[in-house]
Design a protein around this ligand. Structure first.
Ligand code: ADP
Ligand code: MG
Length: 314
C-alpha cells in the first residue's frame, strides 16, 4: 500500500490556529424557500482531528446531510465558522471551492446508483477523477489497482456497475472517492441500502483505509453497529451536537468495547439535554445543578439525578 506520507502529500494539515482538521463553531444553515425558513443547523460545534474516523447519527431531519454537504463544499453555510484544513468554507471563493471538491474531499452517497457512472467500468470510474486532475494514465492505473486490491475488488475492475452487488458498488464508490487521494472522506449513509453483513464489511474497509492512509473520515449512518468501527460517535439533535460517545478499546472488558456517552457543552457554556431528560422540562421548569469533583449532577423534577460531565473535565 502507498505509504501514509505519500498519500498525505495532498495536504491534510490541521488549521494552525486550532490544531483540528475540521473545526465548526456556532455553525448555522438556514434554507429559505419563498417566505419559509428552515433552520437546518443551529449553532453546531464540532471538531475533528486529522486522521480521526467519526460517525454522525441522529433522527431524520436533524441536519446530518446538511452538515456533510457543507463539509463537502456542495452547500454554503449561512453563518458561523467552518474550517477544513487551511480553508475557511464560509469565505472561500467559487473557484477555490471547485478545487476543494476535486482534490480535498471524497464523497460517497447512500444511493449506490448516484456514485458511479453507469456506462464506465469500475476501473474507468476510478480513473475519471484522476484524469480530470491531469494524472497520467500510468499513475491512474497503478493507484486504481492498488485501491481495488485493498478493497478486495481486484477481479471486478472491468465490470460495469450493474454487474456488481450493492456492497460491491459501494466499495467501488469508496475507491472513486479516494481516487484523488483526498485528506477527507465523507459518506452519507453509505450502507443505507445494504444488509448488516455488507454494512459491517463496508465499515471495516473504511476503518482499514483510515488506518493505512490516515484519511480523516466523517460518515453519517443509521447503522447501530457502527460504534465498533469508529473512534467517536456524535449525536446530532435539531441541528446541534447533543452528545458524543467515545469508544475506548483500552477499556475492553469481556472482549467488548466500553462506551461512554458525554453531553456536549458548547463554548458559551450551553448544553443540550438528552431527549428523555429534556422531556421532563417539556413545559419548562427548574433544574437543580450540583457540581462536585468535576461531576455535574442535573436533577430534573421526577427523575433520578443523571450524571453528565463536560468534555473539558475528562
Ligand atoms: P438529515 O440528513 O439529518 O435527515 P437534513 O440535513 O437533510 O437532515 O435536513 C435538515 C432540515 O433541513 C430538514 O428540516 C430538511 O427538511 C431541511 N432541508 C434540507 N435541505 C433543504 C433544502 N435544500 N431546502 C429546504 N430545506 C431543506
Ligand atoms: Mg440525510
Amino acid at each position: 500500500m502507498t505509504q501514509f506520507s505519500e498519500y498525505q502529500g495532498n495536504t491534510g494539515t490541521p488549521a494552525e490556529e486550532t490544531g483540528y482538521y475540521i473545526d465548526c463553531r456556532d455553525l448555522f444553515k438556514i434554507y429559505k424557500r419563498a417566505d419559509l425558513e428552515v433552520v437546518a443547523l443551529r449553532g453546531l460545534d464540532l471538531s475533528v482531528e486529522a486522521g480521526e474516523l467519526i460517525a454522525v447519527i441522529g433522527a431524520s431531519g436533524s441536519g446530518k446531510s446538511t452538515l456533510l454537504n457543507i463539509l463537502a463544499g456542495l452547500d454554503r453555510p449561512s453563518a458561523g465558522q467552518v474550517l477544513v484544513g487551511a480553508r475557511d468554507l464560509l469565505d472561500v471563493s467559487d473557484s477555490d471551492l471547485v478545487m476543494y471538491r476535486r482534490s480535498e474531499v471524497g464523497f460517497v452517497w447512500q444511493a449506490t446508483a448516484r456514485n458511479l457512472v453507469p456506462y464506465l467500468s469500475v476501473a474507468d470510474n476510478i480513473a475519471l477523477p484522476m484524469a480530470l486532475s491531469g494524472e497520467p494514465a500510468k499513475v491512474r492505473r497503478a493507484w486504481s489497482d492498488e485501491l481495488l486490491e485493498s478493497l478486495g475488488m481486484a477481479d471486478k475492475k472491468d465490470r460495469l456497475p450493474y454487474q456488481l452487488s450493492g456492497g460491491e458498488q459501494q466499495r467501488a464508490a469508496i475507491a472513486v472517492g479516494l481516487a484523488n487521494k483526498p485528506p477527507l472522506l465523507l459518506a452519507d449513509e453509505p450502507t443505507g441500502e445494504l444488509d448488516t453483513e455488507n454494512a459491517d464489511s463496508i465499515f471495516e474497509m473504511i476503518r482499514g483505509l483510515n488506518q493505512s492512509y490516515g484519511v480523516t473520515v466523517v460518515t453519517v449512518t443509521h447503522y447501530a453497529g457502527v460504534s465498533q468501527f469508529v473512534d467517536r460517535v456524535v449525536h446530532i439533535r435539531d441541528g446541534r451536537i447533543g452528545s458524543e460517545t467515545f469508544s475506548r478499546p483500552d477499556y475492553r472488558r469481556d472482549g467488548g468495547i466500553v462506551e461512554e456517552e458525554f453531553v456536549v457543552v458548547d463554548p458559551a457554556g450551553r448544553l443540550q439535554l438528552p431527549p428523555e431528560l429534556a422531556e421532563r422540562f417539556r413545559r419548562g421548569g427548574l433544574a437543580k445543578i450540583q457540581t462536585e469533583d468535576g461531576q455535574i449532577t442535573i436533577d430534573a423534577p421526577g427523575t433520578n439525578p443523571r450524571q453528565t460531565r463536560s468534555r473539558s473535565q475528562q
